[in-house]
Write a protein that binds this ligand. Structure first.
Ligand SMILES: Cc1ncc(C[n+]2csc(CCOP(=O)(O)OP(=O)(O)O)c2C)c(N)n1
Ligand SMILES: [Mg+2]
Length: 249
Protein backbone atom coordinates (compact mmCIF):
# COMPACT_ATOMS: atom_id res chain seq x y z
CA UNK A 1 0.00 0.00 0.00
CA UNK A 2 1.27 3.43 -0.82
CA UNK A 3 2.28 5.43 2.19
CA UNK A 4 -0.39 7.76 3.46
CA UNK A 5 1.47 10.45 5.31
CA UNK A 6 -1.53 12.46 6.46
CA UNK A 7 -0.05 15.91 6.09
CA UNK A 8 -1.30 18.64 8.35
CA UNK A 9 -2.42 20.42 5.19
CA UNK A 10 -4.74 17.62 4.19
CA UNK A 11 -6.27 17.16 7.60
CA UNK A 12 -6.46 20.78 8.63
CA UNK A 13 -10.24 20.55 8.64
CA UNK A 14 -10.84 16.91 9.51
CA UNK A 15 -14.52 17.37 10.18
CA UNK A 16 -15.24 18.96 6.83
CA UNK A 17 -17.28 16.67 4.60
CA UNK A 18 -15.28 15.45 1.61
CA UNK A 19 -18.19 15.88 -0.79
CA UNK A 20 -17.27 12.77 -2.72
CA UNK A 21 -19.26 9.54 -3.02
CA UNK A 22 -18.21 6.20 -1.49
CA UNK A 23 -15.63 4.52 -3.73
CA UNK A 24 -14.81 7.69 -5.65
CA UNK A 25 -11.20 7.94 -6.81
CA UNK A 26 -10.76 11.56 -5.78
CA UNK A 27 -10.02 10.52 -2.17
CA UNK A 28 -7.03 8.43 -3.26
CA UNK A 29 -5.84 11.11 -5.66
CA UNK A 30 -6.06 13.72 -2.92
CA UNK A 31 -3.78 11.57 -0.77
CA UNK A 32 -1.35 11.18 -3.66
CA UNK A 33 -1.21 14.95 -4.01
CA UNK A 34 -0.71 15.43 -0.26
CA UNK A 35 2.07 12.85 -0.16
CA UNK A 36 3.91 14.48 -3.04
CA UNK A 37 3.57 17.93 -1.50
CA UNK A 38 4.93 16.60 1.77
CA UNK A 39 7.85 14.86 0.09
CA UNK A 40 8.80 17.87 -2.04
CA UNK A 41 7.92 20.33 0.76
CA UNK A 42 6.00 22.57 -1.57
CA UNK A 43 2.73 22.91 0.31
CA UNK A 44 3.62 26.35 1.67
CA UNK A 45 4.02 27.75 -1.84
CA UNK A 46 1.52 25.70 -3.80
CA UNK A 47 -1.42 27.29 -5.56
CA UNK A 48 -4.04 24.94 -6.98
CA UNK A 49 -6.51 25.97 -9.65
CA UNK A 50 -9.64 23.88 -9.52
CA UNK A 51 -11.83 22.80 -12.38
CA UNK A 52 -15.60 22.75 -12.11
CA UNK A 53 -16.87 19.32 -11.16
CA UNK A 54 -16.14 16.90 -8.34
CA UNK A 55 -12.49 18.00 -8.56
CA UNK A 56 -13.63 21.16 -6.82
CA UNK A 57 -14.32 19.24 -3.62
CA UNK A 58 -10.61 18.67 -3.04
CA UNK A 59 -10.19 22.12 -1.53
CA UNK A 60 -12.60 21.36 1.31
CA UNK A 61 -10.01 19.78 3.56
CA UNK A 62 -6.77 20.58 1.82
CA UNK A 63 -5.32 23.71 3.30
CA UNK A 64 -3.31 25.37 0.54
CA UNK A 65 -4.15 28.32 -1.67
CA UNK A 66 -6.85 27.51 -4.22
CA UNK A 67 -8.58 29.33 -7.00
CA UNK A 68 -11.76 28.01 -8.56
CA UNK A 69 -11.57 28.76 -12.28
CA UNK A 70 -14.52 28.92 -14.61
CA UNK A 71 -15.40 25.62 -16.26
CA UNK A 72 -12.42 24.46 -18.34
CA UNK A 73 -10.41 27.63 -17.86
CA UNK A 74 -8.01 26.42 -15.14
CA UNK A 75 -4.93 26.32 -17.44
CA UNK A 76 -5.56 29.94 -18.45
CA UNK A 77 -5.93 31.04 -14.80
CA UNK A 78 -2.86 29.03 -13.82
CA UNK A 79 -0.90 30.69 -16.62
CA UNK A 80 -1.62 34.10 -15.17
CA UNK A 81 -0.75 33.05 -11.62
CA UNK A 82 2.52 31.37 -12.57
CA UNK A 83 3.67 34.22 -14.78
CA UNK A 84 2.92 36.73 -12.03
CA UNK A 85 4.32 34.59 -9.20
CA UNK A 86 7.02 32.37 -10.73
CA UNK A 87 8.27 31.19 -7.31
CA UNK A 88 4.93 29.55 -6.53
CA UNK A 89 4.22 25.96 -7.46
CA UNK A 90 1.13 26.21 -9.62
CA UNK A 91 -1.05 23.32 -10.64
CA UNK A 92 -4.51 22.66 -11.99
CA UNK A 93 -6.82 19.91 -10.77
CA UNK A 94 -9.39 19.11 -13.45
CA UNK A 95 -11.89 16.47 -14.45
CA UNK A 96 -12.32 15.12 -17.97
CA UNK A 97 -15.46 17.08 -18.76
CA UNK A 98 -13.71 20.20 -17.59
CA UNK A 99 -10.36 19.61 -19.31
CA UNK A 100 -11.28 17.59 -22.39
CA UNK A 101 -14.61 19.18 -23.37
CA UNK A 102 -15.22 22.84 -22.56
CA UNK A 103 -11.53 23.35 -21.71
CA UNK A 104 -9.96 21.73 -24.78
CA UNK A 105 -8.60 24.99 -26.14
CA UNK A 106 -7.09 26.05 -22.81
CA UNK A 107 -5.22 22.81 -22.18
CA UNK A 108 -3.87 22.52 -25.72
CA UNK A 109 -2.62 26.09 -25.80
CA UNK A 110 -1.14 26.01 -22.29
CA UNK A 111 0.80 22.92 -23.37
CA UNK A 112 1.77 24.52 -26.69
CA UNK A 113 3.17 27.50 -24.78
CA UNK A 114 5.01 25.07 -22.47
CA UNK A 115 3.73 26.99 -19.44
CA UNK A 116 5.66 26.08 -16.30
CA UNK A 117 2.68 24.52 -14.58
CA UNK A 118 1.53 21.06 -13.56
CA UNK A 119 -1.83 19.63 -14.57
CA UNK A 120 -3.58 16.81 -12.72
CA UNK A 121 -6.25 15.46 -15.03
CA UNK A 122 -8.76 13.09 -13.46
CA UNK A 123 -10.34 10.93 -16.15
CA UNK A 124 -13.40 9.13 -14.81
CA UNK A 125 -14.97 8.88 -18.25
CA UNK A 126 -18.07 10.83 -17.34
CA UNK A 127 -19.50 14.13 -16.10
CA UNK A 128 -19.65 13.04 -12.47
CA UNK A 129 -20.94 16.07 -10.63
CA UNK A 130 -23.86 16.81 -12.93
CA UNK A 131 -25.31 13.31 -12.92
CA UNK A 132 -23.43 11.12 -15.37
CA UNK A 133 -23.56 12.64 -18.84
CA UNK A 134 -21.31 11.44 -21.66
CA UNK A 135 -17.85 13.03 -21.64
CA UNK A 136 -15.28 13.17 -24.45
CA UNK A 137 -13.56 10.31 -22.58
CA UNK A 138 -16.61 8.04 -22.32
CA UNK A 139 -15.71 4.71 -23.91
CA UNK A 140 -17.34 3.28 -27.01
CA UNK A 141 -20.69 1.62 -26.15
CA UNK A 142 -20.61 3.01 -22.60
CA UNK A 143 -24.08 3.81 -21.29
CA UNK A 144 -24.55 7.24 -19.73
CA UNK A 145 -27.65 9.37 -19.18
CA UNK A 146 -27.01 11.10 -22.51
CA UNK A 147 -26.01 7.92 -24.34
CA UNK A 148 -28.66 5.49 -23.06
CA UNK A 149 -27.89 2.99 -25.85
CA UNK A 150 -24.15 3.32 -25.37
CA UNK A 151 -21.71 5.77 -26.94
CA UNK A 152 -22.03 5.46 -30.69
CA UNK A 153 -18.84 6.53 -32.50
CA UNK A 154 -20.90 7.25 -35.64
CA UNK A 155 -22.55 10.17 -33.93
CA UNK A 156 -20.33 10.91 -30.92
CA UNK A 157 -16.90 10.08 -32.32
CA UNK A 158 -14.26 8.12 -30.48
CA UNK A 159 -13.04 9.02 -26.98
CA UNK A 160 -10.38 11.73 -27.03
CA UNK A 161 -6.83 10.98 -25.89
CA UNK A 162 -5.76 14.39 -24.68
CA UNK A 163 -2.52 13.22 -23.08
CA UNK A 164 -1.38 11.66 -26.35
CA UNK A 165 -2.43 14.83 -28.18
CA UNK A 166 -0.35 17.15 -26.02
CA UNK A 167 2.58 14.74 -26.15
CA UNK A 168 3.43 15.95 -29.65
CA UNK A 169 3.91 19.47 -28.27
CA UNK A 170 7.20 20.72 -26.77
CA UNK A 171 6.29 19.97 -23.14
CA UNK A 172 8.36 18.72 -20.20
CA UNK A 173 6.36 15.72 -18.98
CA UNK A 174 3.23 13.69 -19.71
CA UNK A 175 2.06 10.42 -18.19
CA UNK A 176 -1.08 8.41 -17.57
CA UNK A 177 -1.56 6.50 -14.35
CA UNK A 178 -4.38 4.65 -12.61
CA UNK A 179 -5.36 3.87 -9.05
CA UNK A 180 -7.07 0.48 -9.28
CA UNK A 181 -4.58 -1.27 -7.01
CA UNK A 182 -1.80 -0.31 -4.57
CA UNK A 183 0.92 -0.89 -7.17
CA UNK A 184 -0.70 1.50 -9.63
CA UNK A 185 -1.32 4.05 -6.87
CA UNK A 186 2.38 3.99 -6.07
CA UNK A 187 3.35 4.32 -9.74
CA UNK A 188 0.92 7.19 -10.22
CA UNK A 189 2.31 8.92 -7.16
CA UNK A 190 5.74 8.66 -8.79
CA UNK A 191 4.40 10.30 -11.94
CA UNK A 192 2.84 13.14 -9.95
CA UNK A 193 6.08 13.68 -8.06
CA UNK A 194 8.05 13.79 -11.32
CA UNK A 195 5.56 16.23 -12.82
CA UNK A 196 6.04 18.66 -9.94
CA UNK A 197 9.81 18.19 -10.09
CA UNK A 198 9.73 19.24 -13.73
CA UNK A 199 8.05 22.47 -12.70
CA UNK A 200 10.51 22.99 -9.84
CA UNK A 201 13.36 22.53 -12.32
CA UNK A 202 11.81 25.18 -14.56
CA UNK A 203 11.47 22.75 -17.45
CA UNK A 204 7.95 23.56 -18.49
CA UNK A 205 4.51 22.06 -18.77
CA UNK A 206 3.83 18.75 -17.02
CA UNK A 207 0.64 16.72 -16.90
CA UNK A 208 -0.49 13.49 -15.31
CA UNK A 209 -3.78 11.92 -16.37
CA UNK A 210 -5.23 9.60 -13.75
CA UNK A 211 -7.86 6.97 -14.62
CA UNK A 212 -10.33 7.09 -11.77
CA UNK A 213 -13.62 5.36 -10.90
CA UNK A 214 -17.05 6.97 -10.55
CA UNK A 215 -19.11 4.13 -9.01
CA UNK A 216 -22.20 6.32 -8.57
CA UNK A 217 -22.56 7.27 -12.22
CA UNK A 218 -21.18 4.03 -13.61
CA UNK A 219 -23.84 2.26 -11.50
CA UNK A 220 -21.23 -0.17 -10.23
CA UNK A 221 -19.82 -1.07 -6.84
CA UNK A 222 -16.53 0.50 -5.79
CA UNK A 223 -14.75 -2.84 -6.32
CA UNK A 224 -16.27 -3.56 -9.74
CA UNK A 225 -15.46 0.01 -10.82
CA UNK A 226 -11.80 -0.56 -10.07
CA UNK A 227 -11.97 -3.87 -11.98
CA UNK A 228 -13.56 -2.11 -14.95
CA UNK A 229 -10.62 0.29 -15.16
CA UNK A 230 -8.12 -2.57 -15.03
CA UNK A 231 -10.01 -4.79 -17.48
CA UNK A 232 -11.54 -2.28 -19.92
CA UNK A 233 -10.39 1.30 -19.59
CA UNK A 234 -6.62 0.75 -19.74
CA UNK A 235 -6.88 -1.07 -23.06
CA UNK A 236 -8.09 2.18 -24.66
CA UNK A 237 -6.16 4.49 -22.35
CA UNK A 238 -2.79 2.75 -21.87
CA UNK A 239 -0.73 3.56 -18.81
CA UNK A 240 2.80 4.91 -18.73
CA UNK A 241 5.00 7.91 -19.36
CA UNK A 242 4.69 9.58 -22.78
CA UNK A 243 7.03 12.53 -22.44
CA UNK A 244 9.89 12.54 -19.94
CA UNK A 245 11.83 15.65 -20.93
CA UNK A 246 15.49 15.98 -20.21
CA UNK A 247 17.35 12.76 -19.48
CA UNK A 248 18.02 12.05 -15.84
CA UNK A 249 15.96 14.92 -14.47
C1 LIG B 1 -19.95 27.03 -18.38
C2 LIG B 1 -20.52 25.84 -17.64
N1 LIG B 1 -21.15 24.86 -18.32
C3 LIG B 1 -21.63 23.79 -17.68
C4 LIG B 1 -21.51 23.69 -16.31
C5 LIG B 1 -22.09 22.50 -15.61
N2 LIG B 1 -21.11 21.56 -15.13
C6 LIG B 1 -20.67 21.57 -13.85
S1 LIG B 1 -19.62 20.31 -13.52
C7 LIG B 1 -19.76 19.73 -15.12
C8 LIG B 1 -19.08 18.48 -15.60
C9 LIG B 1 -17.97 18.04 -14.76
O1 LIG B 1 -17.45 16.87 -15.28
P1 LIG B 1 -15.94 16.50 -15.08
O2 LIG B 1 -15.08 17.65 -15.43
O3 LIG B 1 -15.69 15.22 -15.77
O4 LIG B 1 -15.80 16.36 -13.50
P2 LIG B 1 -16.23 15.17 -12.52
O5 LIG B 1 -17.37 15.70 -11.74
O6 LIG B 1 -16.55 13.96 -13.34
O7 LIG B 1 -15.01 14.94 -11.67
C10 LIG B 1 -20.61 20.52 -15.87
C11 LIG B 1 -20.96 20.29 -17.30
C12 LIG B 1 -20.85 24.73 -15.62
N3 LIG B 1 -20.66 24.69 -14.30
N4 LIG B 1 -20.36 25.80 -16.30
MG1 LIG C 1 -15.40 13.34 -15.04
Amino acid sequence: MTKMMKTSRLYSAPDAPTGICPGCGYGIIKHILANVMEELQIDDRAIGVLGIGCSGFVSRNFDIDWLQAQHGRAPASATGIKRLLPDKVVFTFQGDGDLAAIGTAEIIHAAARNEKMTVLFVNNGIYGMTGGQMAPTTLENQVTVTSPFGRDPNTAGMPIKITEMISVLPIAYAARGAIFNPKEIRITEGYVKKAFEKQLNGEGFSMVEILSPCPTNWHMTPVSSMERIENEVVSYYPLGEMVTGKEGV
